[in-house]
Design a protein around this ligand. Sequence first.
Ligand SMILES: NC(=O)c1ccc[n+]([C@@H]2O[C@H](COP(=O)([O-])OP(=O)(O)OC[C@H]3O[C@@H](n4cnc5c(N)ncnc54)[C@H](O)[C@@H]3O)[C@@H](O)[C@H]2O)c1
Length: 348
Amino acid sequence: MNDYRGKRIIVTGGLGFIGSNLAIRLVEAGASVTIIDSRVPGCGANLFNIAPIVPGIDLIESCIGDVERFASALKEADAIFNLAGEISHSRSMDDPERDLYLNTVTQLRFLLACRANCPGARILYASTRQIYGKPVYLPVDEQHPVQPIDFNGVHKCAATQYHLLLARRGDLDCRVLRLSNVYGPRMALHLPQQGFLGVYVARALNGEPIVVYGDGEQLRDPVHVDDVVEVFLRAGLAPDLKSRVFNVGGPQPVTLNEIAAAAARQSGRSPIHHLPFPEHLIRMDIGSYFSDLTRTQRELGWVPSIEFEAGLKGTLAYYREHRDRYFGFTKQPELPTAARLEYPAVTQ
Ligand SMILES: NC(=O)c1ccc[n+]([C@@H]2O[C@H](COP(=O)([O-])OP(=O)(O)OC[C@H]3O[C@@H](n4cnc5c(N)ncnc54)[C@H](O)[C@@H]3O)[C@@H](O)[C@H]2O)c1
């Protein structure tokens, strides 16, 4: 990763889970890193996430849509890892306009600013497996139909297409990674809406029951954040990948029962409870999913290397050491409603 030495890199969403892990690796590789993050209430921003690299980076506390606040940083950027976004599927159903704003409006503004200020920079976008919806075949490759089952999937799909459109037009060099369920240090464990892996880790840590809905035989391919960071770094270095899309998933499919059992083992005291699917979740269930990683392996030379149980063990060790930084507050921060996000007025 010496190729990042001396490079000027922007990480949007760099106070969050994946962005902070990426920023830390980039600093270790000798890059000059600028984080743009507005600490959106309800997302995973946590200043402690970047403790290992402060001071030593530039932090611009700004929404990625407020482009005038960081245009000069864009002008100097060699590459941009674009990880800002809202990841909660359930919250997108509760407040679709909030999700629309965070995942599309601000993304579009950001990309247009990149086109104006740094058309030569490489842009790596964190998309999601959620855009595939309920798989019609397994494993899911990049040609699988796109048929999201929640607003978050629809909006992430739109943002993915913004990146690909500008790349096809030759305006920007965008590459897209479609991430499966990511886990590891620096997840926002206090936000259960961010997904079941964070919930299982939190419950294992606290010795609380781990709840599996349905029969628990649905498959997932959890991928450790260190593997995700590695594939982002590779995608950022590879030449001639404009408008290419890559799946990113874990080393093997595992059932929710197996994931819960692993969490319970690592906890040593968490029981497992099976419950029927709650009505509001059943309509958001995608059944089984795991990624076909053939293209990612062939073109980026990447395969996930961290086995789930080993990755989970290291994850729990991180949170045992820094528990107060991730559980120091029990109350949810207040969420901005769509109305309070101050949309620009529509003009003729
Ligand atoms: N965690 C996963 O399992 C997963 C899976 C698939 C895709 N992804 C994608 O990866 C990216 C990062 O996810 P994460 O798990 O690190 O989430 P996270 O919530 O931990 O971090 C997201 C960060 O983005 C910031 N942010 C959001 N909107 C912003 C905006 N408009 N301007 C500035 N900052 C903004 C938030 O403040 C937060 O710090 C997201 O785009 C997400 O959709 C994540």
